[in-house]
Design a protein around this ligand. Structure first.
Ligand code: HEC
Ligand code: HEC
Ligand code: HEC
Ligand code: HEC
Length: 196
């Protein structure tokens, strides 16, 4: 029974606010986010997708992928669990198609052509980067390297976009790996999961 309780979403409530030795998501185990038999949304989500906290005009893709994250990472009055809450009104843009003059996003990081939380973060425990970011920022001290991923025209050229390594856990054929931006640039944008 105790084991079962730990493996359910209740674990999230117990551990919210606590700090973890490894990474914050690692302690939740896979089943903190994915429900094997009682899915509440696409990606067999353990938490129901929170579409209330999405920006106005968010795409269908965002209703599956980013709404999943916001099931936990939004204030309770916005449908989330109040865990490190993100507000669509004050945060970096996400949930819509990209104006290429503003950002040069490698295709492989988009979901159905849409910018999502997972364009910047890979939330899986295999990602050792600071804040589960796609790029190693040396614990946040080299954040320009991360911005360089999509806004290279703005970044000091001592930071080379060609040498960036981008983390991705989504291909079990090759395993968790880091790729060059050029490899992701030609990639077909991944399809968003079907909304349940
Ligand atoms: C089931 C709930 C849940 C979902 C869904 C979820 N998270 Fe989290 N997340 C947590 C918890 C719990 C923490 C740890 C909070 C703390 O330390 O106070 C956390 C922490 C984080 C952190 C901080 C990590 C650190 O090292 O400080 C980031 C970044 C993050 N989540 C991003 C995401 C993204 C992006 C998604 C969607 C892809 C997502 N989360 C989905 C529960 C969730
Ligand atoms: C913080 C929440 C979170 C945790 C913890 C988590 N996942 Fe995920 N998982 C996601 C999200 C979000 C996606 C979609 C990612 C994307 O599109 O880039 C995903 C995608 C997946 C997929 C791919 C589905 C597909 O269509 O290709 C698998 C398989 C998976 N996760 C397994 C796991 C396993 C195994 C663990 C434990 C080691 C785990 N996940 C832990 C949030 C999580
Ligand atoms: C443009 C890239 C980008 C997008 C899109 C993005 N994030 Fe983040 N996120 C970051 C960066 C960078 C940080 C680390 C900020 C820092 O520590 O200075 C961060 C930090 C976080 C944290 C940790 C906050 C803390 O106080 O430790 C959480 C949780 C998080 N993001 C969740 C999300 C969720 C949920 C979404 C989608 C709704 C999202 N992010 C979309 C770049 C992004
Ligand atoms: C994964 C790609 C990606 C990363 C990484 C990224 N951005 Fe963005 N950024 C975008 C997209 C997409 C937009 C919105 C473009 C549009 O308007 O369609 C954007 C827009 C912006 C804007 C304009 C916001 C507005 O309201 O007009 C600023 C400023 C910005 N990003 C700063 C940053 C900074 C600083 C970093 C690094 C900490 C960063 N971005 C990292 C993709 C990214």
């Amino acid at each position: 029974m105790i084991k079962k309780a730990i493996l359910t979403a209740s674990f999230v409530f117990i551990t919210a606010g606590a700090s973890f030795a490894a990474g914050a998501h690692d302690g939740m185990q896979c089943t903190g986010c994915h429900s094997l038999h009682n899915a509440k949304g696409a990606l067999i989500a353990e938490v129901a997708p929170n579409t209330k906290a999405l920006p106005d005009g968010a795409s269908r893709s965002a209703k599956s992928v980013s709404a999943f994250c916001l099931g936990c990472h939004a204030d309770a009055d916005k449908g989330g669990m109040g865990i490190l809450p993100i507000s669509a009104h004050t945060t970096h843009p996400f949930g819509s198609r990209v104006n290429k003059k503003v950002a040069n996003v490698p295709d492989g990081l988009l979901r159905d052509g849409v910018m999502e939380c997972v364009s910047c973060h890979d939330p899986h425990p295999s990602n050792a980067n600071y804040k589960y970011l796609r790029v190693d920022t040396k614990g946040g001290k080299q954040m320009a390297a991360f911005c360089d991923l999509c806004h290279p025209a703005k970044v000091d050229k001592s930071v080379s976009r060609d040498s960036l390594r981008v983390f991705d856990s989504m291909d079990e054929v090759s395993g968790a790996k880091t790729s060059a931006v050029s490899d992701l640039a030609g990639a077909k944008p991944a399809a968003a999961p079907e909304k349940k």
